[in-house]
Design a protein around this ligand. Structure first.
Ligand code: GLN
Length: 454
């Protein structure tokens, strides 16, 4: 009731939730109370969570913040949310996001932008919470849920976590099942939690992760007790600092907090090693070929027949066209056009195949440093702190918006785990995050190391 009250009081301003499931939340909480009285408590018993609108929730609003899924209420539950409910968690509602998870500011949502609960010192400017999991990050930061689900295709868990002073982890590709999560770019998409601290993130990921026969890319490895990794020493661990992440013109505060993070780890006994990831500069352009290519294919299913919105037309082709014209927003249409172009017969080899080769090179960069004994890599999470809603520069040039992902996309391209952890505040008084990147399925190392920094 306290959380529902907080949502009702703040959501008109923040716009973090697109649907609040009052009744369901109370029913689930009652059922949880009953289990408690019977002495049957689970890991997340009674913990109230917000769910990104990308996760299918049975009988409940699931629209990926898009108009084209108007009125869609799935008859099935995503594996990730089913895992959470099986552990006793309670659903408060569905969280706002960029449409189909395409964006870095939560401004492409059909439901309008989310406000970051943070503002710069002495400033009245409303800031974005980052994206695409902007609703998840804002809701956690503003105490409108105890934790949230999110997804990350190119940075959508880590960048909003960094912009709101929260913790977000994108686990290794295959750690969580993608079944029942609306697909954006299937070879990059991964679910993960956004939480108030590293411990909460560890507890939530333990519950979300599982192998799943319904997603053949999910991996059959035991899910460790991530929480147990907290408090373990980082003494003797080798932390890589990639020189390619020192960008020209990077704000001084980002540089400063990065150095501070390095100092914390060194003081805790870790060895700091300069490393090189030479193909880093190609990650962003390659991502913006691979991700739209997969999106153009995944989004072909929204045809006005199977789900959501249908705009009548004079014949079936016209109906498809009218539905897609009215149902998709500008950014989604841009991605479909880019994706269709790079997959088309004449350009497939020049763009798509080449981007896939670059992807392999990026992956090899990481394999090489890990083979050299590096345990984890420390970088800034984002090149700046949160920017203003309706930023003129970004609106005029979508590529400026894409640059937000410069430190995060490499991790998705390589399928590795990455965590964003609060690093401190910049001169404007806004949170900045650091990112730790780990070896495949070594999320424990990330939790352990992030806990030293937070
Ligand atoms: N901002 C990136 C994009 O727009 C990443 C989004 C994501 O991780 N879902 O594609």
């Amino acid at each position: 009731d306290a959380y529902l009250g907080a949502i009702d009081a703040a959501n008109d301003t923040l716009n973090a939730y697109v649907a609040v499931t009052h009744e369901q939340a109370r029913d689930m909480a009652k059922a949880s109370d009953a289990r408690r009285s019977a002495g049957e408590t689970s890991a997340l018993e009674g913990i109230p969570l917000g769910i990104k609108d990308l996760f299918a929730t049975e009988g409940v609003h699931t629209q990926a913040a898009s108009h084209i899924l108007d009125g869609f209420k799935p008859r099935y539950e995503s594996t990730v949310t089913a895992n959470l409910w099986a552990d006793g968690a309670v659903m408060l509602g569905k969280l706002n996001m960029d449409e189909f998870a395409m964006g870095s500011s939560n401004e492409t949502s059909y439901y309008g932008p989310v406000k970051n609960p943070w503002r710069g010192q002495g400033s009245n400017t409303d800031l974005v919470p980052g994206g695409s999991s902007g609703g998840s990050a804002a809701a956690v930061a503003a105490w409108l849920c105890a934790g949230a689900t999110a997804t990350d295709t190119g940075g959508s868990i880590r960048q909003p976590a960094a912009f709101t002073g929260t913790v977000g982890i994108k686990p290794t590709y295959g750690r969580c099942s993608r079944w029942g999560t609306v697909a954006f770019a299937s070879s990059l998409d991964q679910a993960g939690p956004i939480a108030r601290d590293v411990r909460d993130a560890a507890i939530l990921l333990k519950s979300m992760a599982s192998v799943d026969p319904k997603d053949t890319t999910s991996v059959d490895l035991p899910v460790p007790d991530y929480e147990a990794a907290l408090g373990q020493s980082v003494k003797g661990m080798k932390i890589g600092i990639p020189r390619e992440y020192r960008l020209d013109g990077m704000p001084e505060d980002v540089e400063k907090l990065w150095s501070q993070g390095i100092a914390y780890l060194r003081d805790a006994g870790a060895e700091i090693v300069d490393i090189s990831l030479p193909h880093t500069k190609y990650a962003l352009p390659a991502y913006y070929i691979v991700a739209p290519a997969e999106a153009s294919s995944n989004l072909a299913r929204y045809d006005g027949v199977r789900y959501g919105l249908r705009v009548p037309g004079k014949d079936i082709t016209d109906m498809y066209e009218q539905t897609r014209a009215a149902g998709f927003g500008r950014e989604v249409k841009r991605r479909i056009m880019i994706g269709t172009y790079v997959l088309s017969a004449g350009y497939y080899d020049a763009y798509y195949v080449r981007a896939q080769k670059v992807r392999t090179l990026i992956k090899r960069d990481f394999e090489t440093v890990f083979a050299d004994g590096i345990d984890a890599i420390l970088t800034p999470a984002t090149p700046s702190s949160a920017f203003g809603i309706a930023d003129q520069d970004m609106a005029a040039d979508p590529v400026k918006m894409y640059l937000n992902d410069i430190f995060t996309v490499t991790v998705n391209m390589a399928g590795l785990p990455g965590i964003a952890v609060p690093a401190g505040l910049d001169a404007k008084g806004l949170p900045l995050g650091l990112q730790l990147i780990g070896k495949p399925f070594e999320e424990e190392t990330l939790f352990r190391t992030a806990h030293v920094i937070e």
